[in-house]
Design a protein around this ligand. Structure first.
Ligand code: GTP
Ligand code: SPV
Ligand code: MN
Length: 634
């Protein structure tokens, strides 16, 4: 290895070996040869299935433990010496409880296994915003994912040497993958053992510690102290027909469309006019006030850990092309006997034969019917892209929630891990150490109610922007365990990632005008309104560009708009709908303020939510009062 390893790294790794009883310490340098050995070892152990190299070069499919398919929010805790938040913004654990209840789970957890030491740089090399993590893990699967998601090995070791041996210490053991003993702990005040401890899961957000643990929960506590922001946001670049560039960030809850928006292809009409979209990041942004008076954003990640279902050449051609370049780890997708992968939404017709994410064998037995392990019969509904059980339900396993698990070929939260550098629409400035200046920021979620939360709504002040992001709601998805479909308030799409109390976080956002002269324009978006038969009334994906284009014209003072109690709206004449015919009733539902669609109930629900936090900033509660007043007077 060319880079000298800082003694703090080796000392700490050996301390962790002592606790976990690991066999051997394997230092990862990120070299292609070493990464290839890691993949080969995973194939040999059966954890990786090598895919057909003609279709998916150097790519692998992997299946998790059936209980280890999503983030475990109930078991994700912040450890502070004092409990100032009372479990409102995050789950709390005391340092004593961590040491007495959780530390023993790491004792000898790596007996008979090797311990990988994963130096991971989060952020571009040479950026003052970048941070180094050293994660130890017993999971070669986690190490292989970290090799894609971070700048692993030498870049991280160099960063540590240049920063006096400073790094975040991440202790991870997949141990027995016992869900009842799963914990993800964070120590913003530090701890003698490590800053992040996670155990009994190998799933993304629980185990790839550079991602949500470091880049959001721990980073945001530092960001607050240092005057910057760590956000659950994609970053994209829009070049308009005049050649002017606009950089945008957007925060949506998990599985609500960040990766897809980040790689969007504008509809033909706009592409012909000369609009171009390129990608800088799809999940996390660190934003810092810059001397030019704007907020500059960097993407701390090196790869994408994207949701597979729904991804195809029409919805996200750039992602499909990224994947076809190979070097992908697929997790919990279906695999075919000829080394291909499949998930719901990849093609209209499922393959004749495949193994699902639980490794059950599916075989086509009729034009629309498949048999699972010759026991359960299911019918494919091509229009809906989903399965229905027709017989043999008793043979299905119970899901975590107790109900019978719906048989999906790919798990609804199945994912792919792939390097950002393979994305054909990557913006060349994605690794700018100085980041890019942000002029537009979106917040959004899944709100299915017809006519309620508009397709796009621009904030009229910074206070209203912070309020709108605070009360944002979204229907639950499979990215976390919970009742899929229930609406929950997810402030700034950060509810699962809060590292310190929400009211303080909002005060931090409200203070931004003091350090940033040119704040981004802020808007909320909602691609997910449905009709009374449950169908999306907005095509979404590429057509989402129509909302972005309106916002850019609005910022330049050349777009029609309507002022309303819920922000500035396009109205039925605001959006450029060339090439998209939509019933006027739907267009009105998306672009105008419709008090009768349920606003009084929505306003009450927001008020109840805000009342849970007695120390909400007044700027936020004032906006709530303004909204409630305006709705009552309608
Ligand atoms: P995380 O990685 O969990 O943070 O998710 P994400 O916000 O990046 O979500 P992603 O882009 O992966 O999309 C999640 C799911 O929503 C996928 O199944 C997409 O196909 C689907 N989706 C994304 N954009 C749209 C849209 O505009 N309309 C509709 N109807 N579905 C969408
Ligand atoms: C999310 O759930 O927001 C993700 C996947 O991006 S995870 O890595 O699990 O956080
Ligand atoms: Mn995410």
């Amino acid at each position: 290895m060319s880079v000298k390893i800082h003694p703090r790294v080796t000392d700490w790794a050996h301390q962790m070996k002592g606790i976990t009883g690991a066999n051997k310490v394997i230092m990862l340098d990120g070299s292609p040869a070493q990464r290839s050995r890691l993949n080969q070892a995973l194939v040999k152990s059966g954890a990786f299935q090598a895919l057909d190299p003609a279709k998916w070069p150097n790519s692998y499919a992997s299946r998790s433990a059936p209980t280890d398919t999503a983030r475990a929010e109930d078991k994700t805790l912040m450890v502070y010496s004092e409990n100032r938040d009372n479990n409102r913004s995050f789950k709390y654990m005391s340092p004593d409880a961590a040491h007495s209840d959780v530390l023993p789970l790491f004792k000898n957890a790596m007996n008979g296994r090797d311990m990988f030491v994963v130096p991971a740089l989060m952020g571009p090399e040479g950026s003052s915003l970048s941070r180094a993590l050293v994660q130890v893990t017993d999971s070669p699967y986690v190490a292989a994912n970290m090799a894609i998601m971070s700048r692993m090995g030498d870049p991280a070791l160099r960063h540590i040497n240049e920063n006096n041996g400073v790094f975040t210490r991440g202790l991870h053991a997949s141990a027995d993958l016992d869900y009842s003993k799963l914990y993800v702990l964070h120590f913003p005040e530090g701890d003698p053992i490590a800053d992040i401890w996670s155990v009994n899961s190998a799933y993304g957000g629980n185990a790839l510690q550079g991602k949500k643990c470091l880049a959001l929960r721990l980073a945001m506590t530092q960001a607050r102290a240092e005057g910057w922001l760590a956000e659950h946001m994609l970053i994209l670049k829009i070049k308009d027909p005049s050649g002017k560039t606009h950089y945008l960030t957007a925060a949506f809850p998990s599985a609500c469309g960040k990766t897809n928006l980040a790689m969007l292809n504008p509809p033909t009409h706009f592409a012909q006019q000369g609009w171009e979209i390129t990608t800088l990041g799809d999940d996390i942004a660190w934003l810092k006030p810059h001397s030019d008076g704007t907020l500059h954003a960097i993407n701390p990640e090196n790869g994408m850990f994207g949701v597979a279902p729904g991804t195809n050449d029409q919805t996200n051609g750039n992602m499909m092309d990224t994947l076809r370049r190979g070097n992908v780890i697929f997790t919990n997708v279906a695999t075919t006997p000829d080394g291909d992968v499949w998930w719901e939404g990849l093609t209209p017709r499922p393959p004749k034969q495949f193994h699902d994410w639980r490794n059950r064998e599916w075989e086509q037995i009729g034009s629309n019917t498949w048999a699972i392990d010759r026991q359960v019969k299911v019918e494919w509904n091509e229009g809906r892209g989903s399965w229905k059980v027709t017989s043999g339900e008793e043979f299905l396993p119970d899901a975590l929630q107790g109900a019978k698990e719906l048989p999906n070929a790919a798990h609804p939260n199945s994912r792919f891990t792939v390097a950002a550098s393979q994305c054909p629409s990557l913006a060349q400035e994605w690794e700018n150490p100085d980041g890019v200046p942000i002029s537009l920021t979106l917040f959004g979620g899944r709100r299915p109610e017809f006519g309620l939360i508009p397709l796009v709504s621009a904030a009229q002040s910074w206070e209203q922007a912070v309020y709108m992001a605070t009360v944002m709601g979204s229907a639950m998805t499979a990215a976390a365990f919970g009742a899929v479909g229930d609406i929950r308030r997810d402030a700034f799409a950060q509810l699962p990632f809060m590292g310190y109390p929400l009211p303080d976080y909002l005060r931090h956002w409200l203070s931004m005008p003091q350090s940033v002269r040119h704040l981004p324009q802020v808007a909320t978006v909602n691609w997910f309104q449905r009709d009374d038969e449950g169908r999306f009334i907005w095509h979404g994906y590429g057509d989402n560009f129509r909302a972005l284009e309106w916002l850019i014209r609005l910022g330049e003072g050349s777009a029609p708009y309507l002022d309303s109690p819920v922000g500035r709206l396009p109205g039925i004449n605001g959006l450029d709908m060339t090439g998209y015919n939509m019933p006027e009733k739907h267009l009105a539902a998306l672009t105008t303020f419709n008090p009768e669609a349920g606003w009084p109930a929505e306003a009450d629900s927001r008020a109840r939510h805000l009342a849970k936090y007695p120390d909400m900033p007044e700027a936020v509660t004032n906006e709530q009062k303004k909204l409630a007043g305006a709705i009552n007077s309608f």
